[in-house]
Design a protein around this ligand. Structure first.
Ligand code: GDP
Ligand code: IMO
Ligand code: MG
Length: 428
């Protein structure tokens, strides 16, 4: 089995971390290919809870090599904090490898993220404030600092000084903030050099070698399809490609090597931050989903906006990513509802749309057209096969599968590693 891509189908927090963890010891490497510490993946193993932000989920699987790919933006302070916290809990992080071409989130990029959001006022994106957008903007503007730059004093000083000659003007003259001293920034970044050195490599070459040796590599997305900078609900998106195409550019693994694309989709929908969300529930039903699903951000602690399952969105994710398997998560959260509505299409200005309108003005006005399914009251957290699910839960899953154009191979019935119904082996 060559390379497998794993992406989020909605607006993030679908349970990608748990899904990657489930693939377990049969995986030789897990590569994070986009985003940075804006991600938050909670994984529960034998009652122990781990919250990962920058590190790939494979870090929790002994023997698996976690890789931070070239498409990631790396906050080095966060990287070492996360490593130290895991080591303190007995997790071996020594196999971690970091691409020498990944970009570094600098202190001025963190500041610019926060001041820009404040400046935007009501038009803000609701970012995680981790410096993600400004760091990707620098990458595209070709003034970014890369991991490899840390190991050459002259290059590092030149790049930081060059970038700050622009950034300080913006910070001081537009935002009325203090500028950054280039020497202090260089010293801070150089301070990570010694510890970082042994982890840094050409990860594209490393992964190519693994694939040639018949090893299994999982490319794990942060964020999700509708947060993708090209295919998401722009401008209310993150600044990277979180879809399957981004797995190639963000890792150096070519499309011809990828033979499976797994999309993780929640049995309902959530979103953190601003932007359109047609099935959002602003009433008591939304509160029920938030409380039953513990829908509070892993990264910022913000309450997640909650709503019903949106089939056109999952179908859109199937199309954009070329999904071969869906992992449907958090089915257990719907237990106890009398009925479960599913958005099957939208009404935009009196016209029915079966597919997601990519015109954002239209999408913002989209009103869901619902089909309603009967609920179930039985506890499903101990179900391990489809037969062990109550009839109405099974019918709900079967109806979703019909609407989303790809098989549902795994169903989550609780946060724990074992709280899963496996319909089809994802690695088989
Ligand atoms: P990610 O960012 O896609 O990795 O997802 P998060 O970790 O941010 O959010 C998913 C949350 O749901 C985590 O707290 C998981 O422990 C939890 N979770 C994952 N799958 C299930 C499931 O099937 N049922 C329940 N109840 N919780 C789940
Ligand atoms: P995981 O990997 C949910 C959202 C932010 C904001 C927008 C832009 O856990 O699914 P950014 O800081 O990236 O510039 O913020 O994207 N966002 C996420 N929402 N899950 C995530 O990651 C997210 N990462 C970013 O809330 O709306
Ligand atoms: Mg998350």
């Amino acid at each position: 089995m060559p390379a497998i891509v794993l992406v989020g189908a909605q607006w993030g927090d679908e349970g990608k971390g748990k899904a990657t963890d489930l693939l377990g010891s049969r995986v030789d490497a897990v590569v994070k290919f986009n985003g940075g510490n804006n991600a938050g993946h909670t994984i529960v193993i034998e009652g122990e809870k781990y919250a990962l932000h920058l590190l790939p989920s494979g870090i929790l699987t002994p023997g698996c090599m976690p890789v931070i790919g070239n498409g990631v933006v790396v906050d080095l302070g966060v990287l070492f904090e996360e490593i130290d916290a895991l080591e303190a809990r007995g997790v071996d992080t020594s196999k971690l490898r970091v691409s020498n071409s990944a970009h570094v989130i600098t202190p001025y990029n963190r500041t610019l993220d926060k001041v820009t959001e404040r400046f935007l006022g009501n038009a803000k994106i609701g970012t995680t404030g981790r410096g993600i957008g400004p760091t990707y903007a620098d990458k595209m503007a070709r003034i970014g600092i890369r991991i490899q730059d840390l190991f050459d004093d002259e290059v590092l000083r030149g790049k930081v000084t060059g970038a700050l000659s622009l950034k300080n003007q913006t910070l001081v003259k537009i935002y009325n903030r203090k500028g950054f001293d280039p020497d202090a920034v260089v010293d801070e970044l150089r301070g990570y050099r010694e510890r970082l050195g042994p982890m840094v490599t050409d990860t594209g070459l490393l992964l190519d070698g693994m694939l040639r040796d018949g090893k299994t590599v999982v490319l794990e997305a942060g964020q999700a399809t509708l947060l993708d900078v090209d295919h998401g609900t722009y401008p209310f998106v993150t600044s990277s490609n979180a879809t399957a195409g981004g797995a190639c550019t963000g890792s150096g693994i070519p499309p011809t090597r990828i033979d499976r694309v797994i999309a993780v989709v929640k049995a309902y929908t959530t979103r953190v931050g601003e932007g359109p969300f047609p099935t959002e529930l602003l009433d008591a039903k939304g509160e029920i989903l938030r409380n039953n699903g513990a829908e509070f951000g892993t990264t910022t602690g913000r309450p997640r906006r909650c709503g019903w399952f949106d089939a056109p969105i999952a179908r859109y994710a199937e199309r954009i990513n070329g999904v071969t398997d869906f992992v449907l998560t958090k089915l257990d959260v719907l237990t106890g509802l009398d009925e479960v509505p599913v958005c099957v299409a939208y009404d935009v200005d009196g016209v029915r749309h079966d597919e997601v309108p990519t015109d954002q003005a239209q999408f913002a006005r989209a009103v869901p057209i619902y089909e309603t399914f009967p609920g179930w009251t039985e506890d499903i957290s101990r179900a391990r096969t489809l037969d062990e699910l109550p009839r109405n839960a099974r019918d709900y899953v079967a109806a979703l599968e019909q609407m989303i154009n790809a098989p549902i191979s795994v169903i989550g019935v609780g946060p724990g590693r074992d709280e899963t119904v496996v319909v089809r082996d994802l690695l088989g």
